[in-house]
Design a protein around this ligand. Structure first.
Ligand code: DSN
Length: 422
């Protein structure tokens, strides 16, 4: 693959162009299993690289602090209308720069520093911004954290309720980054109602599954829905906050002027395109295929003797617990990378190891499904993972190189969206 598809970049800055070209090759040739990543379409890529980049537009459509918004207003209004239609919400704010600022805006809208907030502990599968200590949300607010049951790996809703009633948090977050099972939004809603808390569903990981009808929607149960736009939703890197009309003003005020300046209009355009794509029947099929592939991969991994947190998956994500294997998560992840299989090492619940050197590997099926792999390929993927972990234990670099060749070979037959020469 050459850098000539970006001729201006190539001529102005060949060094940088070579990095981009190398990344295109890497994304095309590898099996990308990080569950929070995906391939955007060529249309989303184009929309995200337009002259909309050149415009400042603090404010909201029809209420800006800069002139010349004739087109920008239409772009943002279109993204908002599409988000409202796709998710069935009263109000959508499409300006948050990414998931963490989106969540911080929720704190700004509903809580004061020092207030108690509740979320899932990061090592249990939550997110930094759900009140975890090292995040601003855990140092400016008083974070209390829930987890999963040791025996099942599932959220313990009784314990969540006990904690919520004891602490009466201002905010409760449900959702996370390593949750392989369906979130019971109705159960969280009942708990939040009893505790008098604002309930926030952070659906960053599963937004595309919700849009495609492959995971229940939180919309009828929660006060605010927070999501990134670049994971299963397959848009550019950005985020959205959605809510009922009663919270619209607080959310908008918190995003701008509370937390951010000018929105990234080129990203808003990419989000609008992704939302349009996600409203098509083909995306519904995609979302269901992501789950079908994850379930098939789960079955094949279990057959290969892997332990999986919660025993399997209901969504796009699988958390492999390597505690019983000879290699911990980081060594396995790095070996898989050398084999052309891109994953991330991850804590597992009650992990005896440290977060920077944990016991788990987190994988998922959004990217491979975008390339057209289906359930029939999942035994092969599981076999590659098993052989790579085995090779890591034995220090067998030749075996990893052989797997890499097989991976490259298969991926060549499944072109990636947005990557013309893959
Ligand atoms: N970084 C995201 C993930 O990988 O899940 C969460 O923010």
């Amino acid at each position: 693959m050459s850098a000539s598809r970006h001729p201006a970049l190539l001529s102005t800055d060949p060094e940088l162009a070579s990095f981009v070209a190398a990344e295109e090759v890497l994304q095309a040739q590898t099996l990308r299993l990080i569950p929070s990543e995906n391939y955007v379409s060529a249309a989303v890529l184009e929309a995200s690289g337009t002259v909309l980049q050149n415009k400042y537009s603090e404010g909201y459509p029809g209420r800006r602090y800069y002139e010349g918004q004739q087109n920008i207003d239409r772009v943002e209004a279109l993204a908002i209308e599409r988000a409202k239609g796709l998710f069935g919400v009263d109000h959508a704010n499409v300006q948050p720069y990414s998931g963490s600022p989106a969540n911080l805006a929720v704190y700004l809208a509903f809580a004061k520093p020092g207030d108690t907030v509740m979320g899932m502990a990061l090592p249990m599968g939550g997110h930094l911004t759900h009140g975890w200590g090292v995040s601003a949300t855990g140092s400016w607010f008083r974070g209390v954290q829930y987890g999963v049951r040791a025996d099942t790996g599932l959220i313990d809703y009784d314990a969540v309720r006990d904690l919520a009633l004891a602490e009466r948090p201002k905010l409760i977050f449900c959702g996370g980054t390593a949750l392989p099972r369906t979130i019971d939004f109705a159960a969280f809603a009942e708990i939040a109602r009893e505790a008098g808390s604002i309930l926030v569903a952070d659906v960053a990981h599963i937004a595309g599954l919700i849009a495609g009808g492959a995971h229940p929607s939180p919309v009828d149960h929660v006060d605010v829905v927070s999501t990134t736009t670049h994971k299963t939703l397959r848009g550019p890197r950005g985020a959205m906050l959605m809510c009922r009309e009663e919270h619209a003003k607080a959310i908008d005020k918190a995003v701008f002027p509370g937390l951010q300046g000018g929105p990234h209009n080129q990203t808003t355009a990419g989000i609008a395109v992704a939302l349009h794509e996600a409203a098509q029947p083909s995306f519904t099929a995609y979302a269901h295929q992501v789950v079908a592939n994850a379930k098939a991969l789960t079955a094949a991994l279990l057959q290969n003797g892997f332990d999986l947190v919660s025993g399997g998956t209901d969504n796009h994500l699988i958390l492999i617990d390597l505690t019983g294997k000879d290699v911990p998560g980081k060594i396995a992840a790095k070996a898989l990378d050398r084999a052309g299989i891109v994953v991330n090492y991850n804590t597992v619940p009650f992990d005896p190891r440290k977060p920077f050197d944990p016991s788990g590997v987190r994988i998922g099926t959004p990217s491979l499904t975008s390339r057209g792999l289906s359930t029939e390929h999942m035994p092969l993927v599981a076999d590659w993972i098993a052989r790579s972990v085995d090779a890591a234990a034995k220090g067998d670099e030749q075996a990893l190189a052989a797997i890499r060749a097989e991976v490259t070979d298969l991926m060549a037959a499944f072109p990636a969206p947005g990557l013309p020469l893959s």
